[in-house]
Design a protein around this ligand. Structure first.
Ligand code: SF4
Length: 553
């Protein structure tokens, strides 16, 4: 059962406390910044009715600025960056100068799970309303661009008719839930988390009491270690309990961006049936005790860091669950995160076929064609992955060759270079208003150049070297967890010009040696020299590594 929403707590702010953090549970109910004010003035979920009844019929100019740059996000909508504004001006312009009248629209796909029919529909919507754009994000979403506000009612009608939604795809709310792309079919999975993901959506998605959080809330639930669980606000990681069998290890407080932190284990084991209740309790702790004064401290990781795991578990159990959790063991940690690219046997004897669109970029037309190819091969299920890849499930062995040939023709081969597998990129300056540099086109050029230049050493690369590109200091592409993480910024070239470039982070990773890449002081590379730089680093690593040694941390 869901824990009750707490309006106010017993403890009033103490007089001697110099400055509160805006925690509701300590009595700070008055908004302490404009974002909190906006959410209090009108619950962001209410904006849907205004979009349908006012903004779509009347057009972009009718939109209230508070909705446009605030509440729209609760339905997956952000304004795009106006074309032609260079990254050096991002921080100097007012928001309205950066706003285009077109939108980015994020469709949440929990667990990355789609039927081929849903994938076809997503592609058709892209064709009709989004100029054929469709990016697979590293949170298993699909992101469209060039959306007009006038078209939103029709888009929702089509998506929702197929069981899809944009509800709380963005905003200070529970975002899409990451799940293993091979949930239920992997031979080495501890437990299938899909029923818990479905139940959380059914019980809590779109409920106002869980949709006004201090900031975003990211969840991962997986019986396989393939969802970057270490960097989530809450993660349920498959583990076998010696007495109770398969269930989940509960972890909280991970996150990237500035001040990256790895999630902490609470030492608790949660059975599958109790995951939704425990999830609701964790999100309620965040809602009530999370810091709401400063946006920069409003993620759960700061509360967990200040409290520590022991106190967090105590509050969770005593104030929200009303019972103790079962102690549990730590999950096994893999050496690397799986990317599932290529052909893999499922436990039922059929196969999954994973392809790697470069940095997640595809088109709506390609998605429609991919769905049809999958159906011709006898499949009705596809999965998007947290590494911007696409999998086709349930392919009989007899259909593999035909399907792979069709995927080759679509530009989505299932046998790809390690560079294509290892590169991820965020949206970047093409569409993102916060961006400082270009990312997607750079990722494409980087992959094709590395394939050409490093062909002589490709066979020596047993694990893809991961290269993640961000367009700004936020970490949408998880740069701190890559072998080579690249944070976009303006840098000075040899002639003293201010140009697009990257701060380099080296040696990050998830899995056995989970840790954040080191930011090397003064280690910056200009955009035009990025390929040379990555080539040098990879060659040096291959030349100097010991047998079996992964990228150095
Ligand atoms: Fe935009 Fe920055 Fe996120 Fe890239 S990392 S999508 S530029 S906010």
């Amino acid at each position: 059962m869901a824990p009750p929403a707490r309006e106010t707590r017993a403890h009033a702010p103490r007089a001697q406390q110099r400055r509160g953090e805006g925690q509701w549970a300590l009595g700070y109910r008055e908004p302490l910044n404009p974002n909190e004010r906006s959410k209090k003035d009108d619950h962001p979920l209410n904006v849907r009715a205004r979009i349908e009844n006012i903004y779509a019929p009347q057009g972009f100019d009718a939109i209230d600025p508070g909705d446009l740059r605030g509440r729209f996000r609760w339905y997956g909508l952000y304004t795009q960056r106006k074309p032609g504004i260079d990254g050096g001006r991002t921080a100097t312009l007012d928001p309205e100068e950066l706003d285009d009248e077109y939108f980015m629209l994020r469709v949440r796909i929990d667990g990355g799970a789609l039927t081929t029919e849903q994938l076809s529909l997503i592609g058709e919507i892209s064709n009709t309303y989004a100029r054929d754009t469709a990016d697979v994000t590293d949170r298993q979403n699909i992101q469209y661009h060039w959306i007009r506000i006038e078209d939103m009612p029709e888009i929702w009608e089509k998506l929702e008719g197929a069981g899809l939604t944009t509800m709380t795809a963005c905003g200070d709310s529970p975002r899409v839930i990451l799940g293993s792309p091979l949930a239920g079919i992997a031979a080495d999975e501890v437990i299938d988390g899909t029923p818990a993901i479905d139940e959380i959506k059914r019980r809590y998605l779109g409920k106002p009491e869980y949709a006004n959080l201090p900031r975003k809330f990211k969840t991962a639930i997986s019986g396989l270690p393939d969802v970057a669980h270490e960097v989530h606000d809450v993660a349920f990681v498959g583990v076998r309990h010696p007495d109770h069998g398969p269930g989940f290890d509960l972890q909280v407080g991970g996150g990237l961006s500035t001040n990256p932190m790895l999630a902490q284990r609470l030492g608790a084991w949660v059975p599958l049936a109790e995951v939704p209740e425990v999830w609701a309790a964790v999100i309620s702790v965040f809602r009530d005790y999370g810091y709401r004064r400063l946006r920069s401290r409003a993620r759960l990781k700061f509360l967990v860091k200040d409290w520590g795991a022991e106190k967090f578990r105590q509050v969770l159990e005593e104030e929200y669950l009303g019972r103790p959790l079962v102690d549990g063991p730590a999950p096994e940690v893999p050496e690397r995160q799986h990317d599932h690219v290529g052909v893999h046997r499922q436990k039922d004897g059929r196969f999954s076929v994973g392809v790697a669109p470069v940095a997640g970029r595809v088109t709506g037309s390609t998605l429609v064609a991919l769905a049809k190819a999958a159906e011709r091969a006898g499949s009705s299920r596809v999965r998007l992955t947290p590494l911007q890849k696409i999998l086709i499930l349930d392919v009989p062995e007899s259909e593999l060759a035909g399907l792979r040939a069709e995927l080759d023709d679509l530009g989505l081969p299932s046998d790809v270079s390690p560079w294509r597998r290892g590169v991820m990129a965020c949206t970047g300056i093409e569409f993102c208003k916060l961006a400082i540099v270009e990312t997607k086109a750079r990722a494409r050029d980087l992959v094709s150049e590395l394939e050409r230049r490093l062909a002589d050493v490709q066979s020596e690369v047993d694990n893809p070297v991961t290269v993640h590109l961000n367009g700004c200091p936020n970490s949408c592409a998880r740069i701190q967890t890559a072998d080579i993480g690249l944070k976009g910024q303006i840098v000075t070239d040899a002639d003293g010009n201010q140009v697009e470039g990257f701060q380099v982070h080296l040696g990050g990773g998830l899995g056995l040696d989970a840790g954040f890449g080191r930011k090397l002081r003064g280690h910056k590379v200009i955009g035009d020299e990025l390929v040379d730089y990555v080539e040098r680093v990879v060659r040096a690593y291959l030349a100097q590594r010991e047998e079996g040694e992964r990228f150095p941390q």
